[in-house]
Every structure is written in structure tokens, then in C-alpha cells.
Design a protein around this ligand. Structure first.
Ligand code: PRP
Length: 189
């Protein structure tokens, strides 16, 4: 049976184990190494959620690289996206002529990626690609382009490995999904 944890009265079930995450990170790093041979890409981590994935990914990648961060917020402390992306910290690096790789922990609606593309494309990067550990196939806006995907997942609320539950639980080593409560039994049934 999958491991379970209880957080503030909500039950969460392990969805992706630490071992499976490690295997996926190694696979993604190999793909990136193959595609960026002889280049020096700039990995841009989208804070806060991507910090653990980014740290693990860049330590698996063998190509020389640079690292920068953008800080966005679309969820606040809620369990669903507000649909309103805000820029909380801009880039420090020069984008023009560089190979940019956006690093996300999760693509849910795809609105953050759309926002990032509108921010970065006018700065004329040599290339712009997106890597995400998790990709929510059912909720993502059609046409959202993501180049490297760790896991395709359904529309569950997920926490751990960087993903938060009202800012907490980012430090869990595995990824957990909120356990759906069974429908209440009818009184007297
Ligand atoms: C999360 C996640 C992505 C974004 C994805 O960030 O880290 O950046 O939402 O959702 P979308 O595809 O619907 O735009 P969040 O706003 O929760 O901030 P955080 O990274 O600080 O947790």
C-alpha cells in the first residue's frame, strides 16, 4: 500500500516515490546533455516551487551551464491556480543570444509558462525550452509547449519535492496527492 501522511487533517497518498523522481531527473538530464552539447545553457528556475528539482537537475547535467531565477506567483496559498500570474522577481542574466531552459516543478494551467514566454521571447534568446517535473494533462491550456516532461499526472492537488501546501511540505522527498474524500453516506442508508 502507498505511504500516507496527514497534514492539517487532510490525508495525502504517495504518488511518485523518491526513487522514481531520481530516475526521471537522470533521464531528463541525459536528454538535455545530448541536446546542448558544446553550448552553455542558462537554467532559469521558477521560484519557489522549482528549487529542489532545479538543484537536482543541474547536478545531473554534465554540460557547462549558468543558473538564474524568476519568482512568480499564481496560487498564493490556495489549492487551485488564481489564473493571475504575478512577477515577484525578475532575471539578473542577459537573455539575448543565450540558450534558455525554463525549469518548472509543475505545469498546471500553463498560464505561468505563457507569462514567461511573453517575458523572455522579446529579449531574443537563441533558444527557449521548458523542462517540468510534473505536467497536468487534464488542466493544461491547449497549445502549451513543454519540451521535457518528468511525469504526466491527472489534476490532483500535489505536494512535496518543492511543491507546497500553503507554503509548507515543500521539503517532502516524494510527491503526494490529496486523497479524495469518499462521498458522505446518506443518513440511514
Ligand atoms: C506553481 C508552480 C508553477 C505554477 C504552475 O507556482 O511552481 O510555477 O504554479 O501553475 P500554472 O501552470 O497553472 O501557471 P505557485 O504560484 O504555486 O508558486 P510557488 O512556486 O511559490 O509555490
Amino acid at each position: 500500500m502507498a505511504a500516507q501522511i496527514t497534514v492539517n487533517g487532510d490525508r495525502f497518498v504517495e504518488m511518485i516515490s523518491e526513487r522514481r523522481i531520481k530516475t526521471a531527473v537522470k533521464r531528463l538530464a541525459k536528454e538535455i546533455d545530448r541536446n546542448y552539447r558544446g553550448r552553455i545553457p542558462v537554467f532559469i528556475g521558477i521560484l519557489n516551487g522549482s528549487f529542489i528539482f532545479l538543484a537536482d537537475l543541474v547536478r545531473e547535467v554534465k554540460v557547462d551551464c549558468e543558473i538564474d531565477f524568476l519568482k512568480l506567483s499564481s496560487y498564493g496559498d490556495a489549492k487551485i491556480s488564481s489564473g493571475n500570474v504575478r512577477l515577484l522577481k525578475d532575471l539578473n542574466c542577459q537573455v539575448e543570444g543565450r540558450d534558455i531552459i525554463i525549469v518548472e516543478d509543475i505545469v498546471d494551467t500553463g498560464l505561468s509558462i505563457e507569462y514567461i514566454r511573453h517575458l523572455i521571447e522579446p529579449q531574443n534568446p537563441r533558444s527557449l525550452k521548458v523542462v517540468t517535473l510534473l505536467f497536468k494533462t487534464d488542466s493544461v491550456k491547449p497549445g502549451t509547449q513543454v519540451d521535457y516532461i518528468g511525469f504526466r499526472i491527472p489534476s490532483d492537488f500535489v505536494i512535496g519535492y518543492g511543491l507546497d501546501n500553503a507554503q509548507r511540505e515543500r521539503n517532502l522527498k516524494a510527491i503526494y496527492r490529496l486523497h479524495a474524500k469518499p462521498p458522505r453516506e446518506k443518513a440511514g442508508a
